[in-house]
Design a protein around this ligand. Structure first.
Ligand code: SAH
Ligand code: SF4
Length: 423
């Protein structure tokens, strides 16, 4: 979501005549779009601000803007703590940055009020040749007890169906082959009569976009109707990111997730029954207040049972103002680390095994660039959102190439391109 917002802001600034520079040393304005979801994300921003401060000491005219979630959470407090920050614009106001810089009416250097945004005026844009994010809803109404998002991103509001379809249409005309629809909980998207499965059907029917992805799904709201639409529509990519968080019902209840493990398991069963090929990924958290060894075992058990293709795994960190901040953060830090390492090890073994099952398959890969390590290998993305590296004589960004998978480790697939069929 932050990547998408940063792109939109960057293009809004360029449209207003600002110029992007490659190196922050050459900039007159430095913008940090921030995340508050875990303490670590905020610590990193504070570290970056320290580095930028030394630059500002040498070039005092340089302006610093902190925007997004951390700006929203701290507001004026941030200026008190970090006085060399010039502008603080929250999640609803970051797109006003050019107006603020130009001192336009009704703007000030710290803005965090909600409700000023005409969400359909925020135009999604593409930043590279082949793929783009399209935000379909902003904010969240779920108030999971550990989570800061509803506080910093505000109530859920959905973009209109027309706005989204138009954005996809425009991007397709500009040569984008793959769009990712974004929302904190895409399954609760609603605009008038249009729910999320209907939105997907509209995009399929009314645009020629080649590949459609979405994230994130919430297990309490993911419907059978959505899975049925996916099963019937090959342009919707077979990847579902479905955060479980914990395998223990007691922990899930205290997290306020509104599902049990058994419900979650049924959803997974339905998905796997209906979709011949599907990649399922998740988010997991260890060390939530009151998580016993037995609870943690249940998370390990769930991971063994479901066999995710991959997972994002975190240790719980207290977010001030959330419900769980009132619970006793009673799992010691070294125990959280121990649990996290154990979980990561288990998941990596499973990812390895899941990736071995890809060997021999022919995937349709969108060519995204060179491998990070070698300019000799191209990097592509499979239908299931896995990264695949392969040799090619002719690198055409954004082309879709059939690649036969020949080997795999826990993180990456290797393959060989079948050149004759490329499009
Ligand atoms: N809306 C999405 C994800 C939001 S945040 C969803 O509901 O799944 C992304 C992930 O960060 C969450 O899934 C959770 O695993 C993790 N997370 C959120 N708050 C956290 C906290 N306080 N400590 C540690 N991890 C957290
Ligand atoms: Fe946070 Fe829960 Fe909303 Fe996801 S669904 S953003 S975890 S409150």
């Amino acid at each position: 979501m932050n990547l998408a917002d940063s792109s939109t802001l960057r293009v809004a600034m360029i449209t207003r005549g600002y110029q992007l520079v490659d190196d922050e040393k050459d900039a007159d304005l430095i913008v940090l779009n921030t995340c508050s979801v875990r303490q670590k994300a905020e610590d990193r921003i504070r570290g970056r601000l320290g580095e930028i401060h030394s630059l500002k000491k040498r070039k005092p005219h340089v302006k610093i803007a902190v925007v997004g979630c951390m700006a929203q959470r701290l507001g004026n407090e941030l200026i008190d703590q970090v006085p060399y920050v010039d502008y603080v614009l929250g999640t609803d106001r970051l797109f006003a940055l050019p107006d603020v810089l130009e001192g336009n009416e009704n703007t000030s250097s710290v803005m965090t009020a909600f409700g000023h945004e005409n969400i359909d005026s925020i135009k999604p844009i593409r930043e590279n040749e082949h793929s783009a994010f399209v935000t379909i809803s902003r904010g969240c109404n779920n108030y999971c007890s550990y989570c800061i998002v509803p506080y910093v991103r505000g109530r859920e509001r959905s973009h209109s169906r027309e706005h989204i379809v138009e954005a996809v249409h425009r991007m397709n005309d500009e040569g984008v082959v793959e769009i990712t629809l974004l929302g904190q909980n895409v399954n609760s998207y609603r605009y008038k009569q249009t729910d999320f499965p209907c939105l997907l059907q509209s995009i399929v029917r009314e645009t020629d976009i080649r590949r459609i992805r979405f994230m994130t799904s919430h297990p309490k709201d993911l419907s059978e109707k959505l899975v049925d639409v996916m099963a019937n529509e090959p342009r919707i990519m077979p990847h579902i990111h479905l955060p479980l968080q914990s395998g223990s019902d007691a922990v899930l209840q205290r997290m306020g997730r509104a599902y049990t493990y058994s419900h979650y398991r049924h959803v997974i069963d339905y998905i796997r029954r209906k979709l011949d090929y599907v990649v399922i990924t998740t988010d997991l958290m260890v060390g939530f207040p009151g998580e016993t060894l037995e609870d943690f075992e249940k998370t390990l058990e769930a991971v063994r049972d479901i066999r995710y293709d991959s997972a994002f795994m975190f240790r719980y960190s207290v977010r001030p103002g959330t419900k769980a901040a009132g619970y006793d953060d009673d799992v010691p830090e070294d125990e959280k680390i121990r649990r996290l390492n154990k979980l990561i090890e288990l998941q990596q073994n499973i990812s390895y095994e899941r990736n071995q099952r890809e060997v021999g398959r022919v995937c349709e890969c969108v060519v995204e660039g060179y491998s990070r390590r070698s300019q000799e290998l191209a990097r592509g993305r499979t239908e299931g959102n896995k990264t695949v590296l392969f040799r090619t004589d002719e690198m055409v960004l954004g082309s879709v190439a059939p690649v036969q998978i020949t080997a795999a480790d826990a993180f990456t697939l290797r393959g060989e391109i079948m050149e004759a069929n490329r499009s």
